[in-house]
Design a protein around this ligand. Structure first.
Ligand code: PDD
Length: 292
């Protein structure tokens, strides 16, 4: 049985309900985080907590819990769901905060509502060996999202529609293009290897500042791998030797086909292999309690 947290209580998933007047349901008026936990230890917790705060500030919602309350609650959730996570106890936490419920639907903020706080954790499946062997396909699509993609808002309709368009085309991610520049995926950040140099688009209001992206940049710097945070033109993508997408749930995934054409040799590249080993070693440090 999966446990969830809802507004101060731990409940079986089946028993967790929110009112239909919740603004998350009516307006998508809320924010979320996805946080992996390896061996029961929250991965990059301070970074996720800071991004949650930035998202709450971005939608003018007061954080309903203190840092310690968040941590205690999530650690208890991970413990309660441990049995279903298997030997490694790797789980992904999803948490969501909405502006709560008001009796009458009204676009402007209601007075005196209490935010709805929800969290759930699920086992992280072991990595799919086919991805390391073959990589995945992606397509490029015009970015139809709003101008505050740095807020991790639950309002994800453009991401959902673009991802489905990619899946319908036999691909697993869409790389979104705005004003001629490649920004990120529908639920992932973007890295490109061009002329042996690793590049990723700079942070802006048009992209989510990924925690995995930041860790890849840190690992690159620590291991003498040059990486530029620089604009990536859509035409550069077509000439890239390697393309990767990164996220907390998918980690670092090599894109080996883009818009039906092979990327580089058409197989996962050498720099991807190096970086995914560095990432795997970092996760082992987290499991052992020597990093977070
Ligand atoms: N999505 N960009 C977008 C638009 C995302 O939704 C995500 C993550 C990322 C990568 O961020 P991070 O490395 O912090 O996971 C980039 C999560 C996993 C989701 O929506 O499920």
């Amino acid at each position: 049985m999966a446990w969830v947290y809802l507004n101060g209580r731990f409940l079986p998933l089946e028993e967790a309900c929110v009112p239909v007047t919740d603004r998350g349901f009516l307006f998508g008026d809320g924010v979320y985080e996805v946080i992996p936990a390896y061996g029961g230890r929250l991965f990059r917790w301070p970074h996720h907590l800071q991004r949650l705060q930035n998202s709450l500030d971005g939608i003018r919602l007061v954080n309903p819990l203190s840092d310690a309350q968040w941590r205690d609650m999530l650690e208890e959730l991970l413990l309660r769901n441990r049995a279903q996570a298997g030997g490694d106890n790797d789980q992904a936490v999803y948490l969501q905060v909405t502006r709560g419920s008001a009796p009458k639907r009204d676009h402007c903020f209601p007075r005196d509502t209490v935010p709805t706080v929800y969290a759930v954790s699920n086992p992280i499946p072991p990595p799919d060996p086919a991805i390391a062997r073959d990589g995945v396909a992606a397509v490029t699509l015009a970015d139809s999202r709003w101008a505050r993609c740095d807020i991790k808002a639950v309002t994800l309709l453009p991401n959902v529609l673009s991802r489905q368009q990619a899946v319908d085309a036999g691909a697993s991610e869409a790389i979104l293009i705005r004003d001629g520049l490649a920004i990120e995926g529908t639920s992932s950040n973007l890295f490109v290897v061009c002329d042996q140099r690793l590049c990723t688009p700079p942070k802006s209001a048009y992209m989510l500042p990924g925690i995995t992206r930041d860790l890849v940049l840190e690992l690159a710097a620590r291991n003498g791998i040059a990486c530029d945070e620089t604009d990536i033109g859509a035409s550069t993508l077509a000439q890239a030797g390697e393309i990767w997408i990164t996220s907390s749930t998918r980690e670092i995934v090599p894109v080996t086909r883009l818009d039906g054409q092979a990327v580089g040799t058409g197989a996962p590249g050498p720099l991807w292999r190096t970086m995914s080993e560095l990432y795997r070693d970092y996760k082992a440090e987290v499991r052992a309690g020597r990093a977070h």
